[in-house]
Design a protein around this ligand. Structure first.
Ligand code: NAP
Ligand code: MG
Length: 488
């Protein structure tokens, strides 16, 4: 422990292990592709294991969709599309409500499986990912008969068959962000989950069966980047919605340029979390911790660039460093764990590479001392000071539990530094002054700006980026627009 002063806040509690039971998870040994309302073998017979990144144990074998599977899936989706689009609005709503309620009913199982497949703490999958996934289906269920109100009273129609590609950091939640609005608008969807985290999407396929969703309305096509690339390039897709890295987003945009296929891209970020000297500093420190260590920093809108006003720099860093020692890293299934496993060996390698670059370029690294489990992929919470705006750790997305601290003197400098990024996804502002919060928020080029909070998500609020963070919005009425064609 860093502090020897015996105050109430310096007491370190010992926790007995509190692992969540995995007994209620009904995991099959292998999962096919979910096409036409049933699980099918892939045409070339290829299955690949998905593992638990906290233990490296195999969880299940999962079908890998190849190009022929993509073609077959599009065919069944196309034949299901007209009937789904023609269904009475409130009938479509009933299915979405059913899916939402089934997610709630199976929430414990989904949370445990999300944690096992991806490495995130159970506390997060249980309290954030799964409840928000259900909330998105509830929210968009309510929109089915009000679509034209969502788009300025215009007459609208669905686009048809939409292809949706999601990453591994919030697997079920990103699937819900994509599927719920698409279905509410009367489209049918083909979803490609990430290679390392396909399991909750496949459980969602079971939920679609349980909800008696008409076959072909939702298709789940697990696979890797090649499956996603085939989906993007296939004939018969009326829209692509993608969440993932800027590099792949660029590739998708290039592939679709000139085809007329609409596309929305939710990409990376290097979001600024700005702490002014008049902020409630203890509260701000909680927000900094939540902003960067939530989900091991595998968060597109993570507050990875901490901008602190110089007059409170030492105090904020001292409080943050002390608070970081309270973070409990370890078994993601333990209910007391704050920081779980890194999602994959590749992601761990990328974090280590960028952290090494930070040290090499001259920034000062501090990493909390804690025992890392022997198996699995782990990275302890890390803080960089003496960071210059040109350092790679200040510019590139690390997508790990690593925060880079920069300082500023004036409000104008804070705005300039916060906007000095090729990304523009999110930002945080910590201040006691309401006028300052609004003034700065207006000046920041970020899709979402949080004031005296961070990583706050709600299905009614639009989320999305500027610049290399992508375009298009998800959530709320704004999230309907990308899935509708305006007729009149
Ligand atoms: P990624 O490599 O871009 O992968 C995202 C998804 O695209 C995965 O399903 C991936 O499949 C698939 N994919 C890979 N190559 C493809 C290609 N050429 N064509 C079509 N699809 C392809 O990103 P990631 O490493 O999984 O995720 C981390 C990134 O996502 C971060 O940069 C993060 O900021 C961003 N992200 C953004 C948001 C947002 O809302 N803005 C949310 C979450 C994450 P495989 O995984 O099977 O390779
Ligand atoms: Mg996995």
């Amino acid at each position: 422990m860093s502090s020897s002063v015996e105050t109430r806040t310096s007491i370190v509690w010992d926790y007995a292990p509190a692992p969540e039971s995995v007994d209620h998870v009904r995991l099959k040994d292998r999962y096919g592709l979910f096409v036409d309302g049933e699980f099918r073998d892939p045409i070339d017979g290829r299955y690949v294991s998905t593992i638990n990144p906290a233990t490296e144990d195999r969880l299940a074998d999962v079908a890998f969709g190849g190009p022929e599977d993509v073609t077959a899936a599009i065919q069944t989706a196309r034949s299901a599309a007209p009937k789904w689009a023609a269904l009475a609005d409130l009938e479509r709503a009933k299915y979405l409500f059913r899916i939402a309620r089934l997610i709630q009913e199976r929430s414990r199982e989904l949370a445990v499986l999300e944690t096992m497949d991806g490495g995130k703490p159970l506390r997060e999958s249980r309290d954030t990912d799964i409840p928000l996934a259900a909330a998105h289906f509830f929210h968009y269920a309510g929109w089915t008969d009000k679509l034209h109100y969502g788009v300025n009273a215009r007459e609208v129609e669905p686009l048809g068959v939409v292809g949706q590609i999601v990453p591994w950091n919030f697997p079920l939640l990103m699937a819900a962000w994509k599927l719920a609005p698409a279905l509410a608008c009367g489209n049918v969807a083909i979803l490609k989950p990430a290679e390392t985290t396909p399991l909750t999407a496949l459980l969602l396929a079971e939920i679609c069966q349980e909800a008696e969703l008409p076959p072909g309305v939702v298709t789940i096509l697990p696979g890797d980047g090649a499956t996603g690339a085939a989906l993007v390039r296939a004939d018969g897709i009326d829209k692509i919605a993608f969440t993932g890295s800027t590099a792949v987003g660029r590739d998708i945009q290039a592939a679709l340029a000139g085809t007329g296929t609409p596309v929305t891209l939710e990409l990376g970020g290097k979001s600024a979390n700005v702490v002014f000297e008049d902020a409630a500093l203890d509260q701000a420190v909680e927000g900094i911790v939540n902003g960067i260590f939530f989900n091991q920093g595998h968060v597109c809108c993570a507050g990875s660039r901490l901008l602190v006003q110089e007059s409170v720099r030492d105090e904020v860093i001292a409080k943050l460093w002390q608070r970081m020692h309270r973070l409990r890293l370890g078994d993601p299934l333990d209910k007391n764990t704050d920081v779980g496993a890194i999602n994959s060996a590749e992601q761990l390698e990328r974090i280590e590479m960028l952290v090494a670059a930070g040290v090499q370029e001259g920034a000062s690294r501090r990493t909390i001392e804690c025992e890392l489990p022997e198996r699995g992929y782990w990275f302890a919470p890390t803080l960089f000071t003496d960071v210059s705006p040109a350092h790679r750790i200040a510019v590139e997305e690390i997508f790990g539990p690593v925060v880079s601290v920069l300082t500023f003197r004036t409000q104008a400098e804070a705005i300039e530094k916060a906007n000095n990024s090729r990304y523009g996804l999110a930002a945080g502002i910590w201040t006691d002054k309401g006028s300052k919060a609004f003034e700065v928020a207006r000046a920041l080029k970020a899709g979402v700006v949080w004031q005296n909070t961070y990583n706050h998500f709600d299905p009614t609020a639009a989320f999305g980026g500027y610049k290399e963070s992508g375009f298009g919005r998800e959530g709320g009425p704004a999230g309907l627009r990308p899935y509708l064609r305006v007729v009149r």
